[in-house]
Design a protein around this ligand. Structure first.
Ligand SMILES: [Zn+2]
Length: 301
């Protein structure tokens, strides 16, 4: 525990003294906030799946999403319910704490999360979403370069679901080519058009501007499934930039490569609890992570 205190102190000092902080937020962050229905059976998943869980035998949202036997209407019922949940669910506590920690600092956030939680506590122009956002639709056929904020339609369609299926005539379709719409999230057809490029450029500009400054790369909960979006670029930049420092808070993958050992630190503890430590807040009412039943973000991100 004393080592832990020392590490927390070092990280707090890095946060307070950095010229710029680049946050890489991934699935471990939302897992720490309690959002687990993507990968695990919980009451949120039960509501999304309804009777389809037993009918098809899937037990988490991702398995439901990729099930080949659901009808189009059932598939859309699952999508609409998940989107509605993402639109109107609560703000996860780690996001509130992270915002408090970064208040008044010069920071930028790159995230692979698609659940829009960072948008609850940070301004839009300080975030780049690398894997899309469930609150938007695109043409599944990518016939045109536009994404659509879907809240109003999602709430309307949610009330039209009958027997765990959206009636066929209500399935959202592209006004140009008539093919189905799809969520704007990483997939075979993921639209990386003007909107996506604008956000990526904003992120790259922030990086470029600070490459010679004292920068802190703060990695929060990136798994080993897609390290190429956050983890590996962070490590490469820390290796190449003279005054950069890398910190990872990650209960499962707090790994530091040999090459940047002297300019890194790793905390393999629960992200929610570590953020409380950094803020000097009490953790008395928090559930400590159950190491035997730990959520495994490496499946997707
Ligand atoms: Zn189209």
């Amino acid at each position: 525990m004393s080592n832990m205190n020392e590490t927390i102190k070092i990280l707090k000092n890095k946060i307070d003294t950095a010229d710029a902080i680049i946050v890489g937020g991934a699935s471990g962050m939302s897992a720490a906030a309690g959002f687990k229905f993507y990968y695990q059976r919980d009451e949120v998943f039960e509501k999304i799946a309804g009777s389809l869980e037993n009918k098809y035998g899937f037990h988490n949202f991702f398995d439901a999403l990729y099930n080949r036997y659901t009808t189009r209407g059932e598939h859309w019922a699952i999508l609409i319910r998940a989107m509605k949940y993402i639109h109107d669910c609560y703000t996860g506590e780690p996001y509130i704490d992270l915002a408090e920690l970064l208040e008044g600092k010069n920071y930028y956030i790159a995230t692979t999360n698609q659940d829009a939680q960072f948008y609850h506590t940070f301004p839009d122009d300080k975030i780049t979403r690398i894997q899309g956002d469930w609150r938007y639709w695109q043409c599944d056929n990518t016939c045109h370069d536009e994404i659509y904020y879907n809240k109003e339609q999602v709430f309307y369609l949610y009330d039209q679901i009958i027997d765990d299926a959206l009636p066929n005539h209500l399935i959202p379709r592209c006004k140009h080519c008539g093919s189905e719409m799809s969520p704007w999230v990483r997939s075979r057809n993921f639209l990386e058009g003007a909107f996506y490029q604008k956000e990526m450029n904003r992120y790259k500009n922030f990086l470029r501007k600070h490459s010679n400054k004292q920068t802190l790369f703060l990695e929060l909960g990136v798994g080993m499934m897609t390290p190429m979006f956050i983890k590996e670029p962070f490590m490469n930049m820390v290796y190449q930039w003279p005054k950069a420092f890398y910190a990872t808070i990650n209960p499962q993958h707090a790994i530091i490569p040999h090459e940047i050992r002297n300019k890194s630190l790793a905390i393999d503890d629960d992200i929610a609890i570590t953020l409380k430590y950094l803020l000097g807040k009490s953790t008395d009412n928090m559930n400590l992570i159950d190491k035997n039943n730990v959520f495994n973000p490496s499946r997707i991100y």
